[in-house]
Write a protein that binds this ligand. Structure first.
Ligand code: GSH
Length: 206
């Protein structure tokens, strides 16, 4: 298997998954900082010009959450997706919560602080996104009280996607008022198979 990645990005979710599974893989760096994701050879693999991409034989898969789910189902003995219908539904619930309720405001913040050309950035959008994130993080903070993992008593893909997304929020100082989420995220990253934190990944490329 080959993982196209760039260290401080959503690629972390897939790298974390592969490391938890203990699967050998070839890592190919697509350096976003120098525009390698816009080169024709990469656009042939992912026309969206984004990482991560997983190539498994002749099967090409994009979208970080789809990739972690694919890997969990490819290696079902690891139990990273529960077989119980309701537990699985809870995992899906938190995957969607992480990507739609938590990640989207974080993405809006990045776009309006550094990705869009300066004249298109809207400071009001950043304030709104910070509030949107905070409102939803409060829901998760309450939910995580007394829990070691997001669903059940063992690691699932919801933890891999969730902990990475919380680390992202920590990078923009949005986690300080959520002690349970902070403790949970740090505990997940203390696992022996955890990837670099986003800050470490940024340091590793600069
Ligand atoms: N929904 C996609 C988002 C992928 C994505 O936006 N990746 C960013 C890095 S985190 C990227 O490659 N950006 C390059 C660009 O948009 O030009 C996923 O979860 O895989």
């Amino acid at each position: 298997m080959r993982l196209y990645e760039f260290a401080p990005t959503r690629s972390i979710r897939v790298r974390w998954m592969l490391q938890e599974l203990g699967v050998d893989f070839e890592a190919v760096t697509v350096n976003l900082a120098v525009g390698e994701h816009r080169r024709p050879e990469f656009l042939k693999i992912n026309p969206a010009g984004k990482v991560p991409v997983l190539v498994d034989g002749d099967f090409v898969l994009t979208e970080s959450v789809a990739i972690v789910l694919y890997l969990a189902e490819k290696y079902p003995h690891t139990g990273l997706v529960p077989t119980d219908l309701k537990q699985k539904a809870q995992v899906n619930r938190w995957l969607l919560f992480a990507t739609t309720e938590l990640e989207q405001p974080l993405w809006r913040i990045v776009r309006h602080t550094s990705l869009y050309p300066e004249h298109l950035r809207l400071p009001a959008e950043v304030s709104l996104a910070r509030q949107d994130f905070t409102d939803m993080a409060a829901v998760m903070e309450e939910y995580m009280q007394g829990r070691k993992f997001i669903v059940g008593d063992t690691l699932t893909v919801a933890d891999i996607v969730g902990a990475y997304t919380l680390d992202w929020s920590n990078e923009v100082q949005l986690l300080n008022n959520f002690p349970h989420l902070l403790e949970y995220m740090e505990r997940m990253y203390a696992r022996s198979n955890a990837p670099l934190r986003i800050a470490e990944a940024i340091a590793s490329i600069s």
